[in-house]
Design a protein around this ligand. Structure first.
Ligand code: C5P
Length: 236
C-alpha cells in the first residue's frame, strides 16, 4: 500500500490518496482542537489512542452488520478506508442532555433522552456548523429524503450497539457524532468514532472520559484517553 499525496487535512486527521482509487489512507494526528478551533494543542499519543478506539468501534459495528469505511489498520495511528463521497452532515445522537443542547435549550445537564434525540449540523466551517432540519437538508441538496431516512436509521443502530457495549464497560454513552459517505448507492459510516467525537461518563462517578476533559481544562487529557481506551478495548 503506497501512501501518495495529501488530499485533505482536517483538524485532527490527514487523508492521503493511494495507488488504489477505491482506498484512502487516514492518519490520526496528535492535534486536538475545541471551540471551533479557538483552543488548539498537540498531545503525544492522542492520534494513536483515537485511531485505536475508532478501529475497535468500526470492527464492532461491522460485526453487528453496520457498514463502515474501515478496511484495515496500517500502524497505531493509521488506517486504510474506503474512498467515499462524503455527505457534509454531522449526525449527533444524544442519550443524555449535555453540551450544546443544554446551552441552547431549557434542559438540565444529565436529563435522560428516551427516545434518543438526533441533531444534524451542517459540516461547514465557514458557517460554523449550523444546525439543519430535514427541509434545509433537501433545500441545500445535502441528501435525499431516502438517504436521510437511511442515515437516521444507521445512526440509531450505531447508538444501540455502542450504548450496549459501553454499558457493559461501566460507561454511559451520553452523545456522539457520526459522518457518512456514499459509494455505489450504499451509505457507510465514515470519519472516526473516538473520544474526540463522543461524550462518555463513568457510570459510577459521573466523571467525563472524553474531549470534555480538554474543553474544560479539568484534567490530563492523555491520561484520561489512555484509561478509557484500555477500558473500551481491553475491558479493564
Ligand atoms: O457540542 P455538542 O454538544 O453539540 O456535541 C455533541 C457531540 O458531538 C459531542 O460528543 C461532541 O464531541 C461531538 N461533536 C463532534 N464534532 C463536532 C461537533 C460535535 O465530534 N464538530
Amino acid at each position: 500500500m503506497k501512501q501518495l499525496e495529501l488530499l485533505y487535512s482536517g483538524k485532527a486527521k490527514s487523508v492521503y490518496r493511494t495507488e488504489n482509487p477505491a482506498e484512502l489512507v487516514i492518519k490520526f494526528r496528535d492535534d486536538i482542537t475545541a471551540f471551533d478551533g479557538e483552543k488548539k494543542d498537540t498531545l503525544a499519543d492522542k492520534g494513536s489512542l483515537n485511531a485505536g478506539v475508532s478501529i475497535f468501534f468500526f470492527g464492532l459495528l461491522e460485526k453487528n452488520g453496520i457498514k463502515t469505511h474501515y478496511i484495515r489498520k496500517i500502524d497505531d495511528s493509521t488506517m486504510v478506508a474506503r474512498n467515499l463521497t462524503m455527505i457534509p452532515l454531522e449526525v449527533i445522537v444524544r442519550n443524555i442532555a449535555a453540551g450544546s443542547i443544554v446551552k441552547n435549550y431549557p434542559i438540565e445537564k444529565g436529563t435522560p433522552l428516551n427516545p434518543p434525540v438526533i441533531v444534524i449540523d451542517f459540516k461547514d466551517d465557514t458557517h460554523h456548523d449550523p444546525m439543519l432540519n430535514d427541509d434545509l437538508i433537501y433545500a441545500l441538496k445535502l441528501s435525499t429524503p431516502d438517504e436521510l431516512r437511511v442515515i437516521k436509521q444507521i445512526a440509531l443502530g450505531v447508538n444501540n450497539v455502542l450504548r450496549d457495549y459501553l454499558d457493559g464497560r461501566g460507561i454511559d454513552l451520553v452523545d456522539f457524532k457520526l459522518e457518512f459517505g456514499k459509494k455505489d448507492g450504499i451509505i457507510y459510516v465514515g470519519d472516526e468514532i473516538s473520544m474526540d467525537s463522543m461524550r462518555l461518563w463513568d457510570k459510577k462517578t459521573g466523571e467525563s472520559l472524553d474531549k470534555d476533559v480538554y474543553r474544560t481544562g479539568l484534567g490530563d487529557v492523555i491520561t484520561s484517553y489512555h484509561r478509557v481506551a484500555r477500558r473500551i478495548i481491553d475491558g479493564h
